[in-house]
Structures are given as structure tokens and as C-alpha cells.
Design a protein around this ligand. Sequence first.
Ligand SMILES: NC(=O)c1ccc[n+]([C@@H]2O[C@H](COP(=O)([O-])OP(=O)(O)OC[C@H]3O[C@@H](n4cnc5c(N)ncnc54)[C@H](OP(=O)(O)O)[C@@H]3O)[C@@H](O)[C@H]2O)c1
Length: 281
Amino acid sequence: MSTVPSVHPPRLRRRRLAGLRVLVTGGSSGVGRALALALANRGGRVLAAARRADRLASLAEEAPAGSIIVEAGDVTNADFRARLCGVAAERLGGLDICASVAGSGAVGPFRDASAETLDRIMAVNFLAPADLVRRCLPLLEVAADPAIVLVGSILGHHPLPWHGEYCAAKAALRSLATTLRIELAPRNIDVLLASLGPTESEFWEGLVAGRRASWSRGRQMPATQAAAAIVAGLECRRREILPGWRAKGYALAARFAPGIVDAITARRLSGVPPGRQSPAP
Ligand SMILES: NC(=O)c1ccc[n+]([C@@H]2O[C@H](COP(=O)([O-])OP(=O)(O)OC[C@H]3O[C@@H](n4cnc5c(N)ncnc54)[C@H](OP(=O)(O)O)[C@@H]3O)[C@@H](O)[C@H]2O)c1
């Protein structure tokens, strides 16, 4: 083993993942589960959180022995978020990475949706991650090479009809990522926004309201691949990632030809009877 110190300051080097202490929300399925496993397999020590305790227990069993500890609860509950910080401090001895992955969607015309749907979607996709990050900052500020990961969506770049609440929440998360990146740079805390495209997971089974529209179906990226992109983004200190060509293509089209994107989605919607909240799958 070399004893010669590196000439590069830590922030110019690739991030070393081995030994990092990581909080991952949404650890019971999909991208969060895959991310927790990927980081544990790279030598990280992970605190995984979600509501389903049985799923978290099977995650901990699948990971290298002792690499993942779990905490079951609802991330939209402020007491639970406080508990997660306490568990990270006590059982991991601190926190190097806060990865907010938990999220849910809702489908249907905004005019017909309930106020409760708006509250729940904003809570899980924006308010909870925002507050969790703030609560984690005292731990991250004393870590050697800290980072925040926010899992957003390409729909935070440009919205789709029938996903109004979700798109607004992910756009707010994207905005917050930019603010945090600038504010936290002097404290050497990296902020990585992962704007995912269609991804294989339990997302469509866990909708807060409505059902998946037939026109939104298509090929999806495996959750393990999305998680691998997040891990690579952390290692390379990326600011934002758009895993896969579908995500990149949508973001590009939305940036340079938003009118065409809107016209295509409006044409797809035109076959659906007005006021029908749950289009046939
Ligand atoms: N799948 C896609 O096509 C896609 C596309 C773009 C962005 N995303 C984003 O990717 C992230 C991960 O989603 P996924 O695709 O992996 O879906 P998923 O399989 O449904 O995973 C969502 C995770 O969030 C957790 N969760 C949801 N509500 C929670 C709550 N109130 N408290 C605690 N945990 C909660 C779920 O666990 P419990 O149910 O056990 O609580 C689950 O572990 C989300 O932020 C989603 O918005 C997904």
C-alpha cells in the first residue's frame, strides 16, 4: 500500500465509496432497493428506510452481512425523519451520503383530483426530501466527503398532462437541488440530481391516485441500471444525471422543442373521454 499522499484535493478525485455511511429512503423496492444494495456491495454502510418492514428485512438479508441496517416508517412523518438522523448518528456514527429516493405518483386530470392527492404527492416527493436533507446537514457538514442525492424525474424538466401534482413536485425538487448545490458548495457537500426516465419498479402499483395510462407505457430501464448510474454519478461527482437515452431524449426535446412535446402528448390524450380519471391500462 502506497504511503505517498495524493497531490489532488479530495474534490478533484473520484469519490471512494468503500466505508461511506449512507441513508437511502425508498429502500424497500425499485431504485432505492437497488441503490442500497449497490452501495453495500461497494463497501458502504447503509441505513435503508421505507414503510414495509418485511421488504426491508429481506433487503438486509440479501446484502453483505451487517452492511445494511433498516428503519421502517413513513418518510412524510417529521418524527420519522428525525429518527432517521438519530439512527444514522448512533448506529452508523455519522452520515456521508443522504440519498432521497422515496416517491410516489398520481394519475388523472388535475381538475378532478382531490386536495388530498396534491398534499400527499407534494409531501412524499418534495416536502419530505427537502426537510430530510436539512435535518441531515449537521451530520453531512462534519463528514469527509459528503453528498446529497435527490431522485427526481424527467417530468421535473417538462410536465405531462394527467401527472400535474407529480410533475410539480419533481420540478420543485429539481429547483431545490440547484439552490442546495450553490449554497452547499463552500461546505464541500456535493448535490446530485438523478432525473430518471421510465424505470422498472413498483412505481405504478404504488400510485396515490388513478391508474397508469395506456399511452405512458413503453420500455423501461431496469432499476439496477438506474441505481448503477447514480453510483457512477456519485463517484464522478456529477451534478445531474439522466440515465438512458429515453431520459436524455425527453429532456433534450423538452428543452429545444417543448411545443412539439406538448402537441404529441395532447394528441395521445385526445382519444381519452374527458373527465375519465383512470384510463384503461
Ligand atoms: N419508475 C419510474 O418510471 C420513475 C421515473 C422517474 C422517477 N422515478 C422516481 O424514482 C424514485 C423511486 O421510485 P421507484 O421507481 O423505485 O418506485 P417504487 O418501486 O414504487 O419505490 C418507491 C419507494 O418509495 C417508498 N415510499 C413511498 N412512499 C413512502 C412513504 N410515504 N414513506 C416511506 N417510503 C415511501 C416505497 O416504500 P414503501 O411502500 O415500503 O414505503 C418504495 O421503497 C421515486 O422518487 C420516483 O418518483 C421513478
